[in-house]
Design a protein around this ligand. Sequence first.
Ligand SMILES: [Zn+2]
Length: 160
Amino acid sequence: MASAPPLETSTFVGHPPPPSYEEALAANPQYPPMPYAPAPDMKTSVPPVPTQLYSPMYPPPPQQGQPATCPVVSVQTMYVQPGLAFESVPVQAHCPVCTQNVITRLEYTSGALAWLSCAGLAIFGCIYGCCLIPFCVDSLKDVTHHCPNCSSVLGVHKRM
Ligand SMILES: [Zn+2]
């Protein structure tokens, strides 16, 4: 009965104790430098790298700033802009029917402003045909923008 415990303990005791850290380093000379050397190097080298990368990258853009590039881009965006404003002059627009960029063709139609101008002239005494003058003035009429290719309506500019 007393033989079992001593055997077990003897087997545990018989095991060679794990080598200490100094012994392991001495047995494997390749390992010591690996854990120690990279750590300090990385700690010291990491901070300088970002600063060196950021500092050169930010200053050049302002110094090499090309004023010609920005205006060109903005002008192109204005032309491509789908929600462009249709005024009383032909504009470049994209026709969804024939899928082409075209210069709109204008068509003047008598709108609210023309009729109000006619009524105003009639009230002030222009009742002998003079009140019809607004219907002959394009600047008082609504403007409808048509596609020159397929004549589809691309936009309408109303005076009022
Ligand atoms: Zn068209």
